[in-house]
Ligand binder design. Structure first.
Ligand code: G3P
Ligand code: CA
Length: 241
């Protein structure tokens, strides 16, 4: 059965990577949420996709140059014309505290492929353990060495490799990187690839799928999960497929 992960929350209809988007994902029946994490200047784990706050908030500048206190003043719903009021950038802890009593899975994408945030892996692992969410968490990153590190220090938490272009010799590579799953750009995925991966015990969760036709194709391939900005739409199409 293919699970539905709400990408950055229900980012197609709500301000991405905010509590209001994560709550919406749960409300419409998503199986899990996906979010992105980075570190502030003072080492707090915050939930934001870009390395700067410019695109998604009313502020400007680099996340790693701002203190947590200053970053919290920004409105991550500013680009939605007042529809969602003031939505602060969440701390990862706020999301985990909310998620813990739910049944949701969580994919934490470590955004450390452009900026090598020191201790991001260790801090994130510690927080997941503090909330007892090891079995409902999947770590992913475009930084595959970071995933190998996580799998080594926290073997109880699943890891997955994110990528845009098809991997050369994926089966050898994934073993070297100690990953449990592959998170490919969905256009690179074929039915044969999914079958080959799953035969080896590897989960395949393509991103980011918003169009019904592509959703139907992925459901037919039997991928383990899809990432979508539109979890409600995905639920509807899954029921029809
Ligand atoms: O985890 C899937 C997807 O989120 C990766 O790409 O750029 O949306 O973080 P991006
Ligand atoms: Ca992401």
């Amino acid at each position: 059965m293919t699970l539905i992960f709400a990408h950055r929350g229900a980012a197609g209809t709500h301000p991405e990577n905010t509590m209001v988007a994560f709550r919406e994902a749960e409300r419409v029946g998503a199986d899990g949420i996906e979010l992105d994490v980075q570190l502030t200047k003072d080492g707090e784990i915050v939930v934001i996709h870009d390395e700067t706050v410019d695109r998604t908030t009313d502020g400007s500048g680099w996340v790693h140059d701002m203190t947590y206190r200053d970053l919290r003043k920004l409105n991550a719903a500013a680009k939605w014309g007042g529809r969602y009021g003031h939505c602060p950038i969440p701390h990862l802890e706020e999301v985990l505290a909310w998620l813990e009593p739910t049944k949701l899975f969580i994919n934490i994408e470590l955004k450390n492929n452009r900026i090598p945030y020191e201790m991001l892996e260790q801090k994130t692992i510690a927080l997941v353990r503090r909330y007892g969410l090891e079995k409902r968490t999947i770590f992913s990153s475009f930084n595959h060495n970071s995933m190998r590190f996580c799998r080594t220090v926290a073997p109880e938490i699943e890891t997955a490799l994110l990528y845009m272009e098809p991997l050369h010799d994926p089966w050898t590579y994934v073993k070297v990187m100690k990953a449990d799953g592959l998170h490919p750009y969905y256009r690179t995925v074929t039915a044969t690839f999914v079958a080959n991966a799953q035969r080896r015990g590897l989960a395949v969760r393509p991103f980011t799928i918003n169009k019904p036709e592509a959703m139907k194709t992925m459901f037919a391939y039997g991928v383990d999960a899809i990432f979508t900005d539109h979890p409600r739409r995905a639920k509807e199409w899954k029921e029809k497929t």
